[in-house]
Design a protein around this ligand. Structure first.
Ligand code: N01
Length: 546
């Protein structure tokens, strides 16, 4: 089919609508339009492609996944021709890569930028979604692919008196593209997750004064950033399919060898020794999954992992009071993070750590931030590194009306509900790339795998003229039960973070991931495909063909 759109009534009709143009959205457009020949219209609320890497231009932003697994795999030529310069590339480099991909595969002509999709309404008679955008237009398509980002809807807390602050306030994930001159400024950072840790480590020696408002410390290991291992990318090219197969058929899809040894099965001294060695090699997911295989499930393994990090914090941070404040009291069971120079930053004379767990922020003043002890911290700029309404946040910004007029808000009132983290019962032909109860893994390889699976279902529906595909209520229920059971066996389930929604006041605190690992997840998708979607889906209005 051609790439042209055809007008029908007031809405413009295409085969598929894609929302988002980050890693997943760009590949969706390429796969459906360039490879499978569908007409595709994409919408992007940003001014350019890039998704996360468009928005997160804060100082110090970089990937904490090694780049050999943080890129596309679908085209070996692309892999060969793009020369990454760093093991953990900076935001600028990843954004350039995604812009290059958009140009190389001529994707921009299908994307309308600066456009927010406001609603999506399913029509059972015609098997079409009608999508409205904030420019007042309507679009129709049989298939709707939402690649709206797992960590994209920002969490922006409002503090008393915030409006009267005379300085500037910037969220890390909405960082001004023209940059912010922080030279010699008095800068406050609220939040010490991945974003905060990166920004703090970057700014220590660049600003006048840095005040870190920490509510909950996180376990940080160094990334041990270094150039890409010489010859690594060439070696990957020599067995390209084998390499990507191994990435996908691992637990985390991070592209490193994962341990098959349980820390619980080795003596204490051996446990500590291995974590010490792993700490020196650097990398957050590596620290959690490369030394041993039970850090996320065993309290014994977890305690050994944190014992080593706590010791390193004490060795690194000269002031013992500050060191103690930086040592978490909870488990090592948030999304593991890594950053060089983080704890060292607190040894600088111009850096102050304020413990807002025990001495909370009371208000913003004209000059800065006042904490409960009465101290007014004078600031020129406040950086909110306060994170995201993760996983379901962006999906719920769109007003979905599914079969029978049921809204996604209602369907997800008590919790997000999906089958495979991809589709929801009552919402035919709607695909959520990396939606709730999707796999807890490195994302780009799984984005591709999910989009390929989606394309397979679309082909099946079109080839058999079925009109629509949708998971059954039973399949959705079973997937939630399986995901919850798997997650309940992990320590993530008992640790507060965005992973279970506990960072957003009022959001249901509930499992939002399939924790069975990438390989098991791939098997699940393949099984659906092999059964021609007969087991867990309703195909069209008719009973599933025998
Ligand atoms: O967000 P977070 P993030 N008052 O939710 C604090 C990915 N990512 O943007 O824990 C005071 O982890 C909050 O404190 P608390 C990655 O997957 C990747 O840093 O709620 N503090 C916490 O310290 C990551 O896991 C990369 O007590 C408040 C912080 O803000 C995910 O994004 C880089 C507060 C939020 O931490 C999210 O990371 C960046 C308040 N009212 C992000 N509200 C890389 O690849 C929140 N906080 C490297």
């Amino acid at each position: 089919m051609s790439d042209q759109v055809k007008a029908e009534g007031e809405a413009t009709e295409v085969d598929a609508i894609v929302i988002g143009s980050g890693f997943a959205g760009l590949y969706s457009i390429h796969k459906l339009r360039n490879v499978d020949g569908l007409s595709v219209q994409a919408f992007e609320n940003a001014g350019d492609v890039g998704g996360t890497w468009y928005w997160n231009q804060y100082p110090g932003a970089r990937s904490d996944t090694e780049v050999n697994a943080y890129c596309y795999s679908f085209d070996k030529e692309l892999f060969h021709e793009w020369k990454w310069s760093e093991r953990y590339p900076r935001q600028e480099e990843i954004w350039s890569y995604l812009k290059h991909v958009a140009d190389r595969y001529d994707l921009r002509r299908s994307i309308q930028f600066d456009t927010q999709v406001e609603s999506a309404t399913w029509d059972d008679e015609t098997d079409r979604w009608t999508v409205t955008t904030d420019d007042g237009r309507s679009w129709r398509a049989q298939f709707l692919i939402e690649a709206v980002g797992l960590l994209s809807a920002t969490k922006v807390p409002t503090f008393a008196g915030q409006d009267r602050f005379r300085g500037d306030i910037h969220h890390t994930a909405r960082w001004p593209h023209e940059g912010v001159d922080l030279t010699d400024k008095r800068v406050g950072v609220i939040g010490t997750g991945s974003s905060g840790v990166q920004v703090i480590s970057e700014l220590g020696d660049k600003v006048g004064e840095l005040t870190v408002f920490q509510r909950t410390p996180q376990w940080v290991v160094p990334s041990k950033h270094r150039p890409i291992e010489p010859g690594l990318l060439d070696r990957i090219e020599k067995d390209y399919e084998g390499y990507w197969h191994d990435v996908l058929y691992s637990t985390t899809a991070f592209g490193f060898e994962e341990s098959d040894v349980a820390a619980e099965d080795v003596p204490y001294e051996e446990r500590i020794k291995r974590f010490e060695e792993q700490y020196e090699r650097g990398g957050g997911f590596q620290y959690m999954f490369q030394a041993f295989n039970d850090v996320a499930v065993s309290r014994v393994a977890n305690a050994a992992a944190t014992e080593v990090i706590a010791r390193k914090i004490r060795e690194t941070v000269k002031d013992p009071v500050t060191a103690n404040l930086l040592i978490p009291s909870d488990l090592y069971a948030k999304r593991p993070l890594c950053c060089d120079n983080y704890y060292e930053t607190y040894n600088r004379d111009n850096v102050e750590l304020v413990d807002v767990q025990h001495n909370p922020i009371v208000e913003f003043t004209e000059k800065g931030i006042r904490t409960e002890d009465g101290t007014e911290h004078e600031l020129d700029v406040v950086i909110l590194a306060t994170g995201f309404d993760a996983v379901s946040g962006n999906q719920l910004k769109i007003q979905h009306s599914g079969r029978g007029g049921v809204s996604l808000h209602d369907h997800w009132k008590h919790r997000p509900r999906t089958h495979l983290g991809l589709m929801a019962h009552g919402f035919p032909n709607l695909y959520m790339i990396y939606g709730p109860m999707g796999p807890f893994t490195n994302q780009p390889p799984l984005h591709e795998a999910q989009v390929n699976w989606v394309a397979g279902t679309i082909k099946h529906v079109r080839d058999h003229d079925l009109g629509s595909i949708e998971p059954t209520a039973e399949a959705e229920e079973a997937w939630i039960a399986e995901s919850d059971e798997g997650a309940a066996g992990t320590l993530f389930a008992v640790t507060n973070s965005w992973i279970n929604g506990s960072n957003i006041p009022g959001k249901p605190i509930i499992n939002m991931f399939y924790m069975g690992g990438s390989a098991a997840y791939m098997d699940k998708m393949e099984a659906e495909e092999k059964s021609e979607y007969r087991e867990n889906f309703t195909l069209g209005h008719a009973p599933v063909p025998a």
